[in-house]
Ligand binder design. Structure first.
Ligand code: FAD
Ligand code: EPU
Length: 340
């Protein structure tokens, strides 16, 4: 099989920060067989690898001295059903949001709260994408992946993925080892609206909706996101730049004593999630810039490329914010995007 590999390839159009960085080698992967062919090719197989989806959770701080495998495989369909769920399957390269809209067109609810998240289906399990009270794991059934060490494909069910908040096995034991080929979701036949997130409830109420359909929840989420988050086509960004830090009740109580307006959310295990955006905002960073890198005016958790920033500019701004938040609140913010 001849692989259409391109060399010294600009990744600028393929990362939502819009950062210029070159890949030593680049392959647009349009069939899963191409991954086996990469494995068989001694020269390509020896290179460091980066599996790329929509580039919406990446910070390119340098040229990538290896092979970028840009997953562009397509295909969505109903994969079966049982008494509780309809199973839907999508290939790695499918746009996440288009896939969500397709499920809604089929009359299947479950993914509507995850509308308008950028990126591809294949990346969605990596950090267990989440928004507005729902995480991918709530509807996840299984995935197929290609193992670059063995050259075999394997299937993982939900338990094997070890999903957590912005976390999965792909950030630990399987880091840099596998390419996800497709993902199957179990969408409930007994659908129930998830409107526990205050913003969603308020948006629906403002539209006069009392018994929302999946489509109406999707519309509400799209409206909220469009208001709050910058469109990467206009302003380079990767969504939330830091995870919301999780602290013990003791830590949260101590912070609350000093900062009565602290925003925190109780978790099922007794810990508390702090709103990183609030912490950054309190440090006075909202709307500020450091060189060409900036903090979004409407959401302090989102770092933006004001035009021509390098990955290092963004990383420097992130480090300055981390230092201020640590000094003021004693909390270390952990970046969400993957640094290359
Ligand atoms: P990429 O950025 O291409 O890759 C991210 C990581 O996944 C990399 O480590 C990459 O190597 C790996 N990867 C990608 N595809 C594969 C594959 N097929 N197999 C193996 N590894 C792979 N995230 C949320 O969770 N919730 C949000 O609400 C949210 N909102 C966002 C809003 C904006 C405006 C932006 C820009 C981003 C937002 N994100 C959010 C982050 C991002 O959209 C998600 O993390 C998304 O799943 C990344 O998908 P991607 O295809 O762009 O991945
Ligand atoms: N806040 C401020 N100032 C700010 C930003 C936020 O005070 O500048 C406060 C808000 O007032 C609110 C709280 O912080 O009380 C939380 O803000 P928001 O509802 O916007 O959500 P978030 O915690 O900042 C998280 C996710 C988003 C996800 C939304 C909706 C993380 C790291 N981020 O943001 O995910 O879309 O909730 O569920 O968990 C992403 O991961 O890239 C992402 C965008």
């Amino acid at each position: 099989m001849t692989l259409p590999v391109q060399y010294e390839f600009s990744l600028r159009p393929f990362n939502t920060f819009g950062i210029e960085a070159k890949a030593r080698a680049y392959l647009r992967v349009t069939s899963n067989d191409q991954l086996s062919a990469v494995k068989r090719d001694a020269e390509l197989n020896a290179l460091p690898r980066l599996v790329l989806g929509g580039g919406s959770n990446l910070l390119l701080t340098r040229d990538f001295p290896g092979l970028v495998l840009h997953m562009a495989t397509t295909g969505v369909g109903i994969a079966g059903e049982d008494a509780e769920a309809t199973f839907v399957k999508a290939a790695a390269g499918e746009s996440w949001h288009r896939f969500v809209l397709w499920t809604l067109e089929q009359g299947l609810g479950g993914l509507e709260n995850l509308s308008l998240i950028p990126g591809c289906v294949g990346a969605s399990p990596i950090q267990n994408i989440g928004a507005y009270g729902v995480e991918l794991k709530d509807c996840f059934h299984a995935l197929t992946a290609f193992d670059f060490e063995t050259g075999e494909t394997f299937v993982l069910d939900k338990a094997a993925c070890h999903f957590g908040y912005r976390d999965s096995v792909f950030k630990h034991a399987l880091r840099d080892r596998a390419a996800i080929l497709d993902v199957t979701f179990a969408l409930p036949k007994q659908w129930r609206a998830n409107v526990q997130y205050a913003d969603v409830a308020q948006e629906l109420a403002a539209c006069g909706v009392t018994a929302p359909t999946p489509g109406q929840i999707s519309d509400a989420v799209i409206a909220i996101r469009t208001r709050k988050l910058p469109d990467p086509a206009q302003i380079g960004n990767a969504g939330s730049f830091f995870k919301n830090p999780v602290v013990t009740q003791q830590q949260r109580d101590a912070l609350l004593a000093g900062y009565p307006k602290l925003v925190s959310y109780a978790q099922a295990d007794g810990t508390f999630k702090l709103a990183a955006g609030w912490l950054i905002d309190q440090c006075g960073w909202k709307g500020r810039s450091l060189g060409l890198a900036g903090v979004y005016e409407k959401q302090a958790l989102v770092l933006v490329n004001r035009g021509g920033a390098t990955g290092r500019d963004i990383a420097q701004l992130a480090a300055a914010i981390q230092a201020d938040v640590q000094a003021k609140f004693g909390v270390l913010l952990e970046p969400e995007p993957v640094f290359i």
